[in-house]
Design a protein around this ligand. Sequence first.
Ligand code: SAH
Ligand code: SF4
Ligand code: F3S
Length: 439
Amino acid sequence: MKKYYHIITYGCQMNVHESEKIAGILCGLGYENTEEINSADIVVFNTCCIRENAENHAFGNIGMLKKLKAAKRDMIIAVGGCLTQQMGKAENLHSKFPYVDIIFGTHNLNKLGEMILQKKSRKKAVIEIEDSEGIICEEDKPFRTSYPNAWINITYGCNNFCSYCIVPYVRGRERSRKSENIIEEARSLIAGGYKEITLLGQNVNSFANGTEDISFPELLNKIASIDGKFRIRFMTSHPKDFSEELAQVIAGNSKICKAVHLPVQSGSNAVLRAMNRKYTREDYLKKIEILKKYIPDCAITTDLIVGFPGETEEDFNDTLTLVEKVGYASAFTFVYSRREGTVAAKMPEQIPEEISKRRIMKLIELVNLQTRVMSSKYVGKMVEVLCEGVDEKTQKYLGRDEYGRMVYFDSPTPVIGEFLTVRIDKANGISLFGEVTGD
Ligand code: SAH
Ligand code: SF4
Ligand code: F3S
């Protein structure tokens, strides 16, 4: 009889890829994917805790499974991901949701198979949360779901301890995979037909730091020298480690997308200092200048936080003026969320919600305006798009250009995984609409 799995993923691309690894383990045990939670034999929640709402979302959805579990006693419910690694959260989950069968940490992911077998032979929940030190899962066989893109981890964890951020606590210290393993993985994915490789790490620029291995720009060069037509993307770059050499490597390699995500978080020096970001507004703008010098058409994107403890109107204004100065292709904007255990959580001047809300609305307005102006410049242009799939809503094909813009288009033939030239006819916010041309 067939057995089915259903995975619910929260959070960043790192988690999306980790869900592919979880799927790989489940496929190895004979499970098949189902989009229908009711027909699943195992449901896995791959959680995130970067902000309070991510956490609440997961808690809410796990709670909603109580009824289904009561009706389907043999169904296994497993909860993994960053939320489980937070101090005391695994116990908290277990006492709140006693019907959850398995709780596994981010560093125990490759033990999920064993844990499932263990659970089948006992009544009690199986809970394994481990410390991260040194753990790298090199032997994974992910079940990839993002063709034509393939995610590849290059580093795990983070050493930066930005004062607002929970990641270093739940993902442990930074560790890099061996460059030869990464290059081999990229080579075999490209040989297998993947057209885009996205390198993942909390701070890709510090890849191999403190080891004998090659640097991040060298790694990019090596991957770009693999034969075949494909694109390389990477995320995320920490501004403090973004080097001139890296800008040169991006500029000099047509396979590396001219799109750089460089999270600034705030435009105010006082806030940046309190955030422990280790760069000033001026340092950041200097890096942007270097980036624009080597890659004038580079699409620069960012992350911004408003309402960090102690943020004044003047500090917020510094963020607005920085955004105006840089001219972002797009930006993710967040209201600061207090995370227990971080340094900022203990800061006395937490900002009232109404103020943060007003600030984020204003920031979103500015970011959207920039995005719209940039999108409108595309109209009438030909862009090369890598087709990623079909949009369910519009039934149009969708894909991205090298700058990361989403393009929706019609095509008479199936084109997923192909590079196409699309003429842009219309821009709507961040999205572009067009038609495949004959060339
Ligand atoms: N490693 C990446 C980002 C990881 S988290 C980097 O350093 O850029 C993605 C984004 O979430 C961060 O850039 C930040 O803008 C936001 N974020 C992290 N912690 C947050 C918090 N406590 N409240 C609000 N936003 C947060
Ligand atoms: Fe969090 Fe800062 Fe590390 Fe990014 S660099 S994951 S924001 S601590
Ligand atoms: Fe990613 Fe959320 Fe963890 S953003 S690293 S899944 S806390």
